[in-house]
Design a protein around this ligand. Sequence first.
Ligand SMILES: [Zn+2]
Length: 188
Amino acid sequence: MVSLEKFYENVKVGFDKEEFKPKVRPLLDDVIMRLPDELQFQTEGEIFFASKSRVIENLQALEFPDHIISQWMGDNREGQCITEFGQNGEINSYYISIITNHFLLVSEEYIMGLIIHELAHMSYYWNLLVNEKPRFAKLGSKAKTILLHQIVGTNQEVESDEYYEKEKYVNAEAKRLGFEKEIDALES
Ligand SMILES: [Zn+2]
């Protein structure tokens, strides 16, 4: 169990409109409280619920690189987790965007599935990296970047085999965290 108070000390939550807040905020709280008390959930982060156009505007305003923003163009993406890595394979922070465009049409379980899927992206990377710190420590900065890409992938592929393969691992991670039903709702 993760305490809400502790989690929100490190994670900021935003909505572009008040409209969805009464419905979505309790679902988010529910996901957080059900998380196992693992270290990755003490990472600094931000979760933003908004229309797709506001999500894109926001990412541009925050000056995220083009390849991250372009992941939103022309596909059916409903969420994104941008993970910021440190020099030694640590995760410094994460930034989750979830679009609300279809929120009137989908079930609560589906919305919780979206939330846990994006959190599982970060958690999946965390687990891949957690035992690799000694390997990073020995390397120069260019080699560290190469090693990071070897471990977590390049994070640039949209609708590629690598992307879909990673999505499978991320959903498996979400299920490991205890959200099998919600991932099934997301995938059905
Ligand atoms: Zn994903």
